[in-house]
Design a protein around this ligand. Structure first.
Ligand code: PMP
Length: 286
C-alpha cells in the first residue's frame, strides 16, 4: 500500500512526495533528522526526539519553520494516516532550496517531511544469537569538526565504517574517536558489562546522545545495576563479559564477537537479555 507522506504542511501520496534537486539537504547533507519508533500506535519518547531535533537544528543555525508542538502533531497525524501500529518514523528537516553555493542563508525555507513505515534493522536471528562486529579503521568525526551529538543528514563518516563492516561480513562496526577511545557503532550506542557493572562511553567520546541509551540506563538502574560513563578502549571491549548496542531501530541487541574475540560464552549475556526484556516491556507498556 502506498504511504502517505507528510511534506511541508500536508499529507501527500508517496509518489508526490518530492524534494528539489536544489535542496541543500541533498546538495550538501545540510539538515537534521530523527528516527522514532511507534509501539502499539504510540510514538515512543516523542518529546525527547523533538528536543534533540531542535537542539541539532539550533547547533547548525537551522530555523525549523514550525513550533515543536506542531511537529509533534504532524508526527501523530502521519502515524494515524498510515495506520501504523508498530513501525518507524523518519522526521527530516532540510535546509531547503538554495543556490549552487554553500551559503545556507540563501536557502528560502527549510523543508520538513515525515515518513511512517516499517523497519527491520538486523535479522531476527541476530537478536537471539547476538551479532559479530569489527573495529572500524574510519575514525569517528572529531567533535571540533562536526559534533557527533548533532544528528545531521551527513552520515558519510558512519557509512564509511558501515562499509568496512559489510566488507568483513559482519553487520556493524565499532567506531573509535581521534584519541582511540570507543565512541559508538555506526548507528547505535555501545555498552559493555564487566563484573556486573555496565559501562558506556560518555557522549563527549564522540557519541550521539541516544534516546534508547538513556532509557536503557534508567531501566538498568531500576534493576539495581550500576551504570558508569567511562572512556573505553579496544582492550576493554575484548575482555568484557557482555556487550550490547542500543538504538531506536536496533532496540537492544547483544554483541557476541568483536574482531574475532568471543565475548562471554558466545551468546548474549544475562544482563543483556534482562535489559532487552525490560526494554520490550517498557516500550510496549508505555
Ligand atoms: N548513534 C548514531 C550514530 C545513531 O545514528 C543513532 C540513531 N540511529 C544512535 C547512536 C542511537 O540513538 P537513538 O537511541 O536515539 O536512536
Amino acid at each position: 500500500m502506498a504511504l502517505k507522506i507528510w511534506l511541508d504542511g500536508r499529507l501527500v501520496d508517496e509518489s508526490e512526495a518530492k524534494i528539489s534537486v536544489f535542496d541543500h539537504g541533498l546538495l550538501y547533507g545540510d539538515g537534521v533528522f530523527e528516527g522514532i519508533r511507534v509501539y502499539n500506535k504510540k510514538v515512543f519518547e516523542l518529546d525527547a526526539h523533538i528536543r534533540r531535533l531542535y537542539d541539532s537544528a539550533r547547533a547548525i543555525r537551522l530555523q525549523i519553520p514550525m513550533e515543536p508542538d506542531q511537529v509533534k502533531q504532524a508526527v501523530e497525524q502521519t502515524v494515524q494516516a498510515n495506520g501504523v501500529v508498530d513501525g518507524y518514523i523518519r522526521l527530516v528537516v532540510t535546509r531547503g532550496v538554495g543556490t549552487l553555493g554553500l551559503n545556507p542563508f540563501n536557502c528560502s525555507r527549510p523543508s520538513v517531511f515525515i515518513i511512517a513505515d516499517k523497519i527491520q534493522l538486523y535479522p531476527q536471528e541476530t537478536y537471539e544469537k547476538g551479532m559479530k562486529v569489527i573495529s572500524a579503521t574510519t575514525v569517528r568525526n572529531h567533535p571540533l569538526a562536526l559534533p557527533p551529538q548533532i544528528k545531521s543528514l551527513n552520515y558519510l563518516n558512519n557509512i564509511l565504517a558501515k562499509i568496512e563492516a559489510i566488507d568483513s561480513n559482519v553487520l556493524e562496526a565499532i567506531m573509535y574517536n581521534y584519541e582511540g577511545y570507543v565512541a559508538e557503532a555506526t548507528g547505535d550506542n555501545i555498552f559493555i558489562v564487566r563484573k556486573g557493572v555496565i559501562y558506556t562511553p560518555p557522549v563527549e567520546a564522540g557519541a550521539l546522545e541516544g534516546i534508547t541509551r538513556a532509557v536503557v540506563i534508567r531501566l538498568a538502574q531500576k534493576e539495581g545495576i550500576q551504570v558508569q560513563e567511562k572512556n573505553l578502549t579496544r582492550y576493554d571491549l575484548y575482555i568484557c563479559d557482555e556487550c550490547f548496542l542500543t538504538g531506536t531501530a536496533a532496540e537492544v541487541i547483544g554483541v557476541v564477537e568483536i574482531d574475532g574475540r568471543t565475548i562471554g560464552n558466545g551468546s548474549p549475556g544475562p544482563i543483556t537479555q534482562l535489559l532487552r526484556r525490560r526494554f520490550f516491556e517498557y516500550a510496549h507498556g508505555q
